[in-house]
Design a protein. Sequence first.
Length: 90
Amino acid sequence: MVQEHRKEYADESEAIRSIASKIGCTSKSLRHWIQGGTNSTPSGSRPLTEDQEHIKALEREVRELRQANEILRKASAYFAQAELDRPFKR
């Protein structure tokens, strides 16, 4: 929220103070939250939240299903062509 409305204020501190009062917390708490709190993860990377992990799993599943659909589409086209090339039985 601070990043989205940063342009509306003279500096980040002013944006933090204003937004903190609107959401009902102290500016120090909001600043600490923005900076990532205590940085216990290596190299500053934050662990993925449960929702982000779920989204990544769903995106992976969509990718796999699209690949499977493409394989099935090609297989059906192959068998349809083979059926057309087969001699007609009377």
